[in-house]
Ligand binder design. Structure first.
Ligand SMILES: [Zn+2]
Length: 351
């Protein structure tokens, strides 16, 4: 039964300077041979530090390269060329290399060490990977990371849009959970209470964290902790239902429609506000956090089009036809479009 075997990360290090101790964490876990994949351009930035930390603990690096593909065929080829002595696959970077390394680890049944360099989504802690399959971005099954190492100093130095994306992806648990409640009260699925509790605690702890700026150490640590907890909520539920509802369907639809979609959590965040108003649930809180963090100010510079969001709302139910979120009912799609065109807050974003 789904959720009866739950994997949680054995190594969980989130904080200032965590990457410097990579060698220690691997050695303590009994890993002495590793394969390291970096995101595009990241060897220049982190290569020397990472290699130094591994060398200090006598960890042999069997392969060391940058990866810039999420094409499933490339990753299959890559995975089956990995040295048989490898005891761990380490992925360091943004979304793409994390997804690629995660899937290669899954194929080779090797522990995956997830080292996000930005906080743009909960992908670093999720059990699935977003890859290109037959030319289309597709979510494929993989495995929860054995280790998550997130260095808040590095996360902080990434461009702000990645932090905003992480904020949007985190806040989306508010509407996702409400969609799940809606779906289950209409008899379409059953809620897993523990998964609900974890996802709810994750988002609430995050939105209640006091902060001055989005670069505060505590704020970033809370964001990463909460994103990591979201991954565990999905693991417990045996799927993404606790953390991905109607707001994610809008974002997935935009990804399909647009030539140049925005970052995942940026689209998801805007859709979260829209759906929170539709659900008439906690939209004041969603607006407050977007207001205070500067999320709204940032997205208002993006030249987003209402028509795109309206079309995405219409397409949303077809993205996951087996689900029954608010957007799977015509009356709520109509309401969502009404909010999109008439809501006062959104006027700042779209006009
Ligand atoms: Zn997401």
């Amino acid at each position: 039964m789904a959720g009866s075997h739950i994997a949680i990360p054995t190594i969980l290090k989130i904080g200032k300077g965590a990457l410097n101790d990579l060698g220690t964490y691997l050695a303590n876990a009994g890993m002495h041979n590793a394969v390291i994949y970096f995101g595009n351009g990241l060897i220049d930035m982190f290569g020397a530090g990472v290699m130094g930390s591994l060398k200090e603990k006598d960890i042999k690096v069997l392969e060391y390269r940058e990866l810039d593909t999420v094409n499933i065929n490339d990753i299959i080829e890559l995975a089956f060329n990995i040295d048989a002595k490898a005891q761990a696959i380490v992925g360091i970077g943004g979304g793409k290399v994390i997804d690629a390394a995660k899937y290669a680890s899954y194929l080779r049944k090797l522990p995956f060490i997830s080292i996000p360099t930005s906080s743009s989504s909960d992908g670093f802690s999720s059990a699935s990977a977003s890859l290109i399959v037959n030319g289309r971005r597709t979510s494929v099954p993989a495995r929860m990371a054995y280790g998550i190492i997130a260095d808040t100093e590095i996360i902080k130095s990434a461009p702000d849009r990645f932090i905003y994306s992480g904020i949007g992806d985190m806040v989306s648990k508010i509407t996702a959970l409400y969609d799940w409640l809606f779906e289950s009260s209409n008899g379409y699925s059953e809620m897993n209470d523990f998964a609900v509790m974890i996802a709810k605690k994750a988002v609430n702890s995050f939105v209640r964290t006091p902060f001055e700026t989005i670069h505060d150490d505590l704020f970033l640590k809370e964001l990463l902790d909460s994103l990591a907890m979201s991954g565990v909520a999905n693991e417990i539920a045996g799927g993404s239902t606790p953390t991905s509802g109607s707001e994610h369907l809008i974002s997935h639809a935009l990804d399909k429609m647009l030539e140049k979609p925005q970052l995942h959590g940026i689209q998801v965040g805007i859709a979260t506000y829209i759906m929170a108003v539709v659900q008439d649930h906690r939209y004041v809180r969603v607006n407050a956090i977007f207001e205070k963090t500067g999320f709204w100010d940032y997205v208002s510079t993006l030249d987003l089009k209402r028509e795109d969001f309206a079309a995405a709302i219409d397409m949303a139910p077809s993205i996951k036809p087996h689900r029954h979120t608010y957007l799977h009912e015509q009356q709520y799609r109509d309401k969502a479009k009404e909010v999109l065109y008439n809501d006062e807050v959104l006027k700042k974003v779209f006009d």
